[in-house]
Design a protein around this ligand. Structure first.
Ligand code: NAD
Ligand code: TYD
Length: 351
């Protein structure tokens, strides 16, 4: 790959995508970064106001399932690489509307792969397709063990099934056509600009507004939480250094039951909001469990550490406090994304 790259980053207006776009725009002024995003409910250009005027940044609104649009974009920019994050990403929404997940996550990914297959023909070794995926493709763990890169796929939710399918297509394009494809499977991310339908930002928003904190089942499910900027750094490392065809697991070595995490969050927020200790925890409300709820995720990120020297940079307590600070300081962002359609989603999901 040349040093002056043109890179299409899909889903760059979303939570993780915006951190990846910011990192690449700021750290690689010699690159041209094209952010391709449909701006669904989860995509928000307000996530990128700090870099939107950068000379090496271009936003293109469009749908990754739209073959003509995607082909035209490849012709317009002749990209050297794609970093693909665009997806429907919320398990609960996938339970309510699985077809949308098949369309974006499977058909959208194959549409991008196919555009790349045609546009890069004869030069696959100098063009890279990087697919960003999730640890949820591996299914659920019991009390012991961790997911490695060779763990068999066993997805349970429509979301994880659609991501697993997209991973298979990426590997198929590598194996069949010889395209330079890499994949990473990451654990749960947290940090700024996270849409408040996922556990941490939803709970922060509810605690702030003294609303019940809905905990599914008994709150015993375990997730391995990673600071979103550490994920963006891992993506940077993998994009630049991974051998073709490789898969890397990315994780925080940071397992929490949901209920312990919520108690920690309540403690932090009582302090930040000058509330008496225990005020926020009194909002915890156990609700009906999620259907097919995976018990435990945990990532073994040894390969990434040993091959590329990547390690998480932040302790969870520190990262969670920084996250709470961001949400309290960015009230307008939160108010904007929780108005309108969010209210309707919330009522359907929790009432
Ligand atoms: P997100 O829901 O916050 O953002 C998704 C983005 O994709 C949005 O900006 C949305 O507008 C865009 N998008 C959706 N459909 C599109 C389409 N058809 N065409 C173009 N753009 C479209 O998601 P996220 O949490 O930032 O996740 C990004 C990627 O990382 C996803 O592929 C997800 O599977 C993966 N991932 C997420 C996590 C996590 O904890 N959030 C963990 C591991 C992997
Ligand atoms: P979530 O943030 O949706 O991520 P994922 O399902 O991809 O891991 O959920 C994280 C955990 O929190 C998961 O075990 C489900 C649980 N959860 C709740 O208990 N209450 C909620 O309101 C939400 C959204 C999630």
């Amino acid at each position: 790959m040349s040093t002056n790259k043109t890179i299409i980053i899909t889903g760059g207006a979303g939570f993780i995508g915006s951190h990846v776009v910011r990192r690449f725009v700021n750290n690689y002024p010699q690159y041209k970064i094209i952010n391709l995003d449909k701006l669904t409910y989860a995509g928000n250009l307000a996530n990128l106001t700090d870099i939107e005027k950068a000379p090496n940044y271009i936003f293109e609104k469009g749908d990754i399932c739209d073959v003509a649009f995607v082909d035209a974009l490849f012709q317009k920019y002749t990209p050297d690489a794609v970093i693909h994050l665009a997806a429907e990403s919320h398990v609960d929404r996938s339970i309510a509307n699985p077809v949308e997940f098949v369309m974006t996550n499977v058909v959208g990914t194959v549409t991008l792969l196919n555009a790349a297959r045609h546009a890069w023909k004869g030069a696959y070794d100098t063009h890279r397709f990087y697919h960003v995926s999730t640890d949820e493709v591996y299914g659920a763990l019991g009390a012991e063990g961790m997911f490695t890169e060779t763990t068999a796929y066993d997805p349970h939710s429509p979301y994880s099934a659609s991501k697993a399918s997209s991973d298979h297509f990426v590997r198929a394009y590598h194996d069949t056509y010889g395209m330079d494809c890499v994949i990473s499977n990451c654990s749960n991310n947290y940090g700024s600009h996270h849409f408040p339908e996922k556990l941490i930002p939803l709970s922060i928003n509810n605690i702030k507004n003294m609303k019940p904190i809905p905990v599914y089942g008994k709150g015993e499910n375990v997730r391995d939480w990673l600071w979103v900027e550490d994920h963006a750094r891992a993506i940077d490392d993998i994009f630049h250094k991974a051998k073709t065809g490789k898969t890397y697991n990315i994780g925080g070595h940071n397992e929490w039951t949901n209920i312990d995490l919520i108690h920690l969050l309540c403690k932090i927020m009582d302090k930040k909001l000058n509330r008496a200790e225990g005020t926020s925890a009194a909002l915890i409300t156990f609700v009906t469990d999620r259907a097919g709820h995976d018990l435990r995720y945990a990532i073994d990120a040894t390969t990434l550490k040993e091959e590329l020297g990547w390690l998480p940079s932040l302790q969870f307590e520190e990262g969670l406090e920084k996250t709470v600070d961001w949400y309290l300081e960015n009230e307008e962002w939160l108010n904007n994304v929780t108005s309108g359609a969010y209210q309707k989603y919330y009522e359907n999901q929790y009432n």
